[in-house]
Design a binder for this molecule. Structure first.
Ligand code: HH2
Length: 281
């Protein structure tokens, strides 16, 4: 099955790649609907940046940012709420969200109580200081061990839909991120659906600097985002969290076609017969 695409919708002034673009509710809803039209199965609404160094947002402000946006989008597309605050999670679920995207990896009792799905993400430390000095003896064993334990806790608590996410960039060096990506099949083999978010993250810019040697800026990281997201899909991830939905859906479709050796049934370009036209090769 083609992996699902989760579109990122940051209703924040300070997110690392799109801060301020969707702080206005009308702009946020329009962008969410656009991502759904482009093929996102889920729109992930967040009202608090978790970029390295980010400061916590007061609960009332986070509620003001996200609840009207969730309410407007939920009749049209599945919505997840990206929060670590139980009160915000509850209000978003009341407004129509059905998945709790939890970067703290600790809110499974809240998901159980609200009767919604839960994403368990791994993070070492918290955003204000997590990138100061991330350290592990064995990053793959520690992160995947944590996720295995938390997912089992959630299932035992009665959560019916449990996702695991290695938390790329959350208390991790570039080398840690690469190890986790390289060993994704081990996470997949645990049996829980895997979500991966590499989109526009800083390590992509550091690994592939521009011609002047400077790290690629966030708005120059689409190729790296597509490459690592495609790697995640090839490794068995069931969902990828991205800012650039249309490009990612195109990559996912092409991956599926290549796997099958043909256009996916019912998908674009599946009308049968040979492709034709001036561009056909
Ligand atoms: N990454 C970010 C935020 N939430 N949730 C999951 N499950 N996995 C991720 O990798 C993940 C996440 C960071 O990206 P973004 O939301 O664009 O930035 P910011 O936190 O600055 O708003």
């Amino acid at each position: 099955m083609q992996p699902a695409v989760m579109g990122v919708l940051n209703v924040t002034p300070d997110s690392f790649s799109d801060g301020g673009c969707y702080l206005d509710h009308e702009a946020a809803v329009a962008h969410g609907l656009d991502m759904a039209r482009q093929g996102a199965s889920l729109v992930d609404v967040g009202g608090e940046s978790s970029r390295p160094g980010a400061r916590p947002v007061p609960e009332a402000e986070e509620l003001r940012r996200v609840v009207p946006v969730v309410r407007a989008l939920a009749p049209h597309v599945r919505v997840s709420i990206d929060t670590v605050k139980p009160v915000v999670a509850a209000a978003a679920v009341e407004a129509g969200a059905s998945l709790l995207n939890d970067i703290s990896g600790s809110l499974w009792p809240v998901a159980a109580e609200l009767g919604v799905g839960w994403v368990a993400m791994h993070m070492q430390g918290t955003p204000p200081t997590m990138q100061a000095d991330p350290s592990y003896e064995d990053v793959v064993a520690e992160v995947y061990g944590f996720l295995r334990a938390r997912a089992a806790d959630a299932v035992a608590a009665g959560v019916g839909e449990v996702w695991v996410d290695p938390g790329i960039g959350f208390g991790k060096t570039t080398a840690h991120n690469l190890s986790l990506l390289r060993h994704l099949p081990e996470l997949v083999s645990m049996g829980y659906p895997v979500l991966v978010g590499t989109s526009r993250k800083g390590f992509l810019g550091r690994l592939a600097p521009g011609p002047d040697g400077a790290p690629a800026r966030a708005d120059e990281r689409l190729p790296g985002s597509i490459a690592t997201t495609t790697w995640a899909m090839l490794s068995g991830a069931s969902m990828v969290r991205v800012h650039d939905v249309a490009s990612t859906v195109q990559a996912a479709v092409l991956l599926g076609c290549t796997r099958l050796g043909m256009a996916a049934p019912g998908g674009a370009g599946s009308s049968g017969g040979r492709a034709s036209g001036p561009g056909h090769r």
